[in-house]
Design a binder for this molecule. Structure first.
Ligand SMILES: Cc1cc2nc3c(=O)[nH]c(=O)nc-3n(C[C@H](O)[C@H](O)[C@H](O)COP(=O)(O)OP(=O)(O)OC[C@H]3O[C@@H](n4cnc5c(N)ncnc54)[C@H](O)[C@@H]3O)c2cc1C
Length: 448
């Protein structure tokens, strides 16, 4: 009979769970780690290259981030760049030109201000006028072969890492973890149904039998909150699953072109990106639509949606606050129409013309099978829709629950660093902090 007792069990082989397996194997003396994954492959859901926008979020082109948040995200993104430099086979991280595009006087003014504010922390970003934009991205700067009628400006750079195939990265993490002295068992097609707390640890009841460990990290993406609720944690949180879809056009951009964010629309930052899995195509999106399910394209999970929404007066209050704002209401309605065949292309093209003015509805193909789900969090205590990630870390128990909307793939090593330190402290195991800081943080201790 196989030994099913582990030091640490990780639930979910997405980018969050696999990054943690790598950090535990390389930077701690944890001996036995097991990853339990519901489906038959690594990174089958949101971390798959077809599900997300493949962006390494560095904070430089995301106008929804404050400077503080941008600097934080940049540090965790750098960990990933440092990891790529240390492995022999980097088949996941790529350089392209990238920019934030401002269209019209008002946006150009806002962009110029932001560029100046961010200049110290992002010295490689340059302010580009229409001529420079035309040099880098001709389809963005021209309309019918002439300069665009509106003023345009961009803050961009040409030689930075900015695109990641997170599915390949997850596979790389497992491979690197397995080249250490730590034993890493990956159990595919093993759905965890229940977690039971024991006196000296936990037991996972799965479709392949029982597994025990001293510590559990639940990195089950949209499903993490349901596991927390099983053990009575996170009862004040709900999940609002926001699906994001994409459209393809024939290859039209040389790099990533992000647009300026409307402050009132937290999910809305349409962008154009080269697709790492479809080199002949450019991807536009994502859209943002609330869906009553926790997984896209797998069938089912409708009941899980209701269980993790926990609909009550407080959740309704948060919905009401959102929809009583006409900008948000119109945006929600428009994104619903983006999913309706025929009408969708006619409407979407109007938004996409902000990036490529000559685009027509005929150029667009709905990217069937692409796009994932972002588990946005509703905090029922503060009655707010939270935009970032959330982790539940009970003080007196050996368990962590990670809920990871965007930019959760970029921050995978930052989250793994935090989790590994907690695990080591609670299990009284050494964490090789100095080595971690030297290898992944350019020698700078961030103090977290
Ligand atoms: C449209 C869109 C665009 C995005 N773009 C970006 C981007 O450009 N950059 C970025 O950084 N982030 C982006 N994100 C966010 C990013 O995709 C996620 O933050 C990240 O993939 C989350 O990784 P994860 O491992 O936590 O979750 P997942 O990848 O969802 O993995 C969770 C795993 O847990 C498994 N699991 C669930 N339940 C069980 C169970 N009961 N038993 C066993 N296993 C289970 C699942 O099968 C899955 O493999 C985007 C998201 C979307 C939807």
């Amino acid at each position: 009979m196989q030994n099913r007792d582990y030091d640490v069990i990780i639930i979910g082989a997405g980018i969050t769970g696999t990054a943690l397996s790598y950090v535990l194997a390389k930077y701690t003396s944890v001996k036995r780690v097991c990853i339990l994954e519901k489906y038959g492959s690594i990174a089958p859901l949101n971390s798959n290259a077809t599900s997300n926008s493949q962006t390494l979020h560095c904070g430089d082109i995301e106008t929804n981030y404050t400077l503080k948040k941008a600097v934080q995200v940049k540090h965790t993104a750098n960990m990933l760049v440092n990891y790529a430099k240390q492995v022999s086979n980097n088949n996941f991280l790529y350089k392209f030109p990238k920019m934030i595009l401002a269209v019209g006087e008002d946006e150009c003014e806002r962009l110029e201000k932001r560029h100046a504010e961010f200049a110290n922390d992002f010295p490689y970003m340059q302010l580009w006028d229409a001529d420079k934009i035309a040099e880098i991205e001709p389809t963005v700067a021209l309309k019918n072969g002439k300069s665009r009628p509106e003023k345009i400006m961009a803050s961009g750079c040409e030689d930075e890492y900015c695109a990641v195939n997170y599915g390949q990265l997850a596979r790389s993490f497992i491979e690197t973890a397995r080249n250490t002295n730590t034993s890493i068992d990956l159990k595919l097609d093993t759905k965890v149904e229940k977690i039971i707390q024991l006196e000296d640890g936990y037991e996972c009841q799965t479709t392949q039998g029982r597994f025990r460990s001293k510590f559990i990290v639940v990195s089950a993406g949209t499903h993490s909150l349901l596991f927390a609720n099983q053990l009575d944690y996170g009862m004040d949180l709900s999940i609002l699953p926001m699906a994001g879809s994409f459209y393809f056009i024939p290859n039209s951009l040389n790099g990533k072109v992000y647009t300026m964010q409307n402050d009132k629309l937290p999910f809305a930052a349409l962008h154009g990106d080269p697709d790492l899995t479809e080199p002949s195509k450019t991807r536009l999106g994502p859209t943002a639509l609330m869906m009553p399910k926790l997984e896209r394209y797998t069938g089912g999970t409708y009941l899980d949606f209701w269980l993790s929404l926990k609909l009550d007066g407080k959740v309704l209050k948060v919905f009401w606050t959102l929809i009583k704002d006409s900008t948000i209401r119109n945006y929600i309605f428009r994104n619903f129409l983006f999913e309706i065949p025929w009408l969708n292309k006619k409407l979407f093209v109007k938004d996409a013309q902000k990036i490529i003015p000559d685009l027509t509805a005929k150029d667009l193909t709905y990217a069937e099978g692409y796009g994932g789900i972002r588990p946005q969090i509703i905090d029922k205590t503060s009655l707010e829709l939270k935009l970032g990630e959330a982790s539940i870390v009970p003080e007196n128990d050996n368990i962590i629950f990670n809920i990871t909307p965007s930019p959760g793939a970029t921050t995978c090593l930052g989250n793994a660093y935090r989790d590994a330190k907690i695990i080591c402290e609670k299990l009284n195991i050494k964490f090789k902090q100095e080595e971690f800081i030297a290898n992944l943080l350019n020698g700078k201790n961030l103090g977290n």
